[in-house]
Design a protein around this ligand. Structure first.
Ligand code: PMP
Length: 307
């Protein structure tokens, strides 16, 4: 993934040059992964000469829900975090596609893994970022030999730093074996999600996606795709999906901030549908890409112009 960190970051309560936003190696959150993070995109549209941030308020609401689940010592409102982020984007003065990464982490130089009685802080940095996975080619995927972390081990609705050990294991396994991405099963053996993205399949014109209880992260792109598909008149069902349904579905695609909407060509060496991008996937992908660049008036409330 080609990416460059922008000039300024938000660190220890103020905007500083990115090279000065460094933590001490003794930092609690670095030792234990005791942090929660977010990730949202801004899309540049030359016609408006503006960068549009996609559902920024919802992203910060989820970040603060993650904070609440983990009982991190951090207080802010989504509005305050939106304001800080807008100031940071403006300070960087870049007109391009960007990715914004806020992280709330246990910031003290202390031992003993815990969330309570340890100070926490927020840091935010910005990358220039285009595609994370190819959205045109069709992805080759495999079922991971690793199961998705369970909500009773690490709460899956919280986007916890430490939980991404699970994602890293699955992603590396898939890449080392020559695939583009992994698909997790949950602890019951039902389909969960990708290493860092939600999954949809299409069977006989109906769109299916695993429910919250399949240990997924509740993606903001997932929520958007469900609404868009229903607005287009499709039936979308959140239900348990069996592994073998993946092998006989007509279409499959991932959704997520990084992956955007990316179609899946192959699952466990079986071709999905006829090996081309499916018509429902194509429709949703086009609509999504138009919306994020503010080319669809109807969904412009999902966007916040940075300038
Ligand atoms: N699942 C996981 C594990 C993720 O890391 C992500 C990326 N945040 C997603 C799903 C997709 O969520 P969103 O659409 O909010 O980016």
């Amino acid at each position: 993934m080609a990416s460059t960190v922008e000039k300024f970051s938000y660190f220890q309560g103020k905007i500083v040059p990115a090279e000065d936003a460094n933590i001490n190696i003794e930092t609690h959150g670095f030792q234990y992964g005791t942090g929660v993070f977010g990730g949202l995109r801004g899309y540049y549209n030359a016609d408006f000469d503006n960068v549009f941030l996609f559902r920024i308020y919802d992203h910060f609401k989820r970040l603060l829900n993650s904070v609440k689940i983990m009982q991190l010592n951090f207080q802010a409102t989504p509005e305050e975090l939106v304001d800080i982020t807008l100031e940071l984007v403006q300070k960087n003065q870049r007109k391009e596609n960007i990715y914004i990464r806020p992280i709330v982490y246990t910031s003290a130089l202390e031992l003993s893994p815990r969330f309570h009685q340890v100070p926490a802080d927020i840091a935010i940095y910005i990358l220039a970022l285009n595609d994370y996975l190819d959205t045109k080619r069709g992805l080759r995927t495999r079922i991971s030999s690793w199961r998705r972390i369970n909500d009773v081990a690490i709460p899956t609705l919280s986007k916890a730093s430490g939980g991404y050990i699970n994602s890293a294991l699955a992603k590396s396994e898939a890449l080392i074996d020559g695939y583009d991405e992994a698909i997790f099963l949950d602890d019951r053996g039902f389909v969960s999600e990708g290493s860092a993205e939600n999954l949809f399949i299409v069977r006989d014109g109906t769109i299916l996606t695993p429910p919250i209880h399949s240990s997924i992260l509740e993606g903001i792109t997932r929520r958007s795709i469900i609404q868009l598909a229903r607005d287009l008149g499709y039936t979308v069902v959140e239900r348990d999906i069996s592994r073998s349904e993946l092998y006989i579905c007509d279409e499959a695609f991932f959704s997520g901030t990084g992956v955007q909407v990316a179609w899946i060509k192959e699952i466990d060496n079986r071709t999905v549908g006829n090996g081309e991008m499916g018509s429902i996937t194509a429709k949703l992908q086009k609509l999504f890409f138009d919306i994020v660049r503010n080319k669809e008036e109807k969904y412009s409330s999902w966007l916040t112009g940075a300038y």
